[in-house]
Design a protein around this ligand. Structure first.
Ligand SMILES: Nc1ncnc2c1ncn2[C@@H]1O[C@H](COP(=O)(O)OP(=O)(O)OP(=O)(O)O)[C@@H](O)[C@H]1O
Length: 334
């Protein structure tokens, strides 16, 4: 469904009087199969939206090639657009028209008849939990309802591939959980391929078959969430000894089976690929040495641990990254 090779996007920005080139996307390869839900994860400014804008033909790549839904994003941009749905970060709903009219207009823009666009629109309003809102103006809807309306607009022409750019940013936890169900339903009920960007780790984890992590314009990992966690981070084993003066001995025994062992007060912590395999032996070893534990905790790795291992930074810290600078010569729309 998506095949990209060596995608690059450079922007020229101004720093004082100096012009500076930013490589927002720096050689991205991507493959997304039909029916997959792929979460594109990275901190602010990592290059997610820029990649998405190249794949949806809104920005011409500076270098590299991509085919989306079988068509070249530069040479066959009209066919790409006809076959995809795109829900942008800012949403696409104006505030004065009625919600239903907006959806119908959008469908007609894609070549549907008015009757067909109305039928499809009403079906989507049902599926996306927007009952009775057909004649409502979007400006008087809640954030979650507006976001679902954006998704209805992105789906009205029945695309087989849907791009969602940070679909739940700014929503409260309940509205996010509700939208997750609808996003999961795009694949299960409509058979759609979904490519979504997010900087929420839990969102990428909950929704995606596969996670692609981008940092500084480059892909740093691409795999299932479980594989990433197992390969890159491993489980964290946290031992708390009853006698703090013996924590060094516990750490030494932990070191025999774990990596990156650290001591903190009466705690010794280290990472192992699969805790279930090593903990029974470790417990026997500690008990054999007369080391009594106050507690033992095993934490499955999070995607943040994966990111930390790969980049040396926490995704949470990285989220407060630099703001978008003033563009001087932004990329040319395709
Ligand atoms: N039009 C532009 N002109 C100049 N620089 C830009 C422009 N658009 C993006 N950038 C820069 O390119 C880099 C990637 O930005 P992009 O918006 O793709 O990141 P992102 O991962 O989508 O971030 P966010 O999560 O904040 O949306 C950033 O350094 C950003 O400042």
């Amino acid at each position: 469904m998506i095949h990209a090779r060596g995608l690059v996007q450079t922007f020229t920005t101004r720093e004082g009087r100096q012009k500076k080139e930013v490589r927002a996307v720096d050689g991205v390869d991507l493959d997304v199969a039909e029916g997959e839900v792929v979460g594109f994860l990275g901190p602010n400014g990592a290059g997610k939206t820029t990649t998405l804008r190249m794949l949806t033909t809104l920005l011409r790549p500076t270098q590299g090639t991509a085919t989306v839904a079988g068509f070249d994003v530069v040479r066959e941009s009209a066919q790409v657009r006809r076959n995809i749905g795109y829900v942008s970060q800012s949403g696409s709903t104006g505030s004065f028209a009625r919600a239903g009219d907006e959806v119908v207009d959008h469908g007609m823009l894609y070549g549907l008849s008015q009757a067909e666009a109305t039928r499809r629109g009403k079906e989507l309003f049902d599926q996306l939990d927007l009952p009775g809102l057909w004649t409502r103006q979007p400006k008087s809807m809640s954030g979650g309802q507006r976001r679902r309306l954006d998704i209805a607009m992105g789906l009205v022409h029945d695309p087989t591939l849907v791009f969602l750019d940070e679909p739940t940013t700014g929503l409260d936890p309940q509205a996010r959980a509700n939208l997750w169900e609808h996003i999961a339903g795009l694949r299960t009920e409509r058979g759609a391929t979904v490519f979504l960007t997010t900087h929420y780790l839990d969102e990428a984890d909950a929704l995606s078959d596969r996670i692609v992590i981008i940092d500084h314009g480059r892909i740093v990992a691409a795999d299932t969430s479980d594989n990433l966690k197992a390969q890159v981070a491993g489980d964290l084993v946290d031992l708390e000894v009853s006698d703090a003066s013996r924590v060094g001995e516990a750490a030494a025994r932990l070191e025999a089976v774990a990596e990156s062992v650290e001591v903190d007060g009466s705690h010794a912590r280290g990472r192992v690929p699969r805790a279930a395999k090593v903990v029974p032996g470790l417990m026997a070893d500690l008990s054999g040495a007369g080391l009594e534990l106050a507690s033992i905790e095993v934490k499955r790795p999070t995607l943040d641990d994966v990111f930390l291992t790969l980049t040396g930074r926490s995704l949470r810290d990285a989220e407060s990254g630099p703001a978008t600078p003033d563009p001087v010569e932004a990329g040319v729309p395709a």
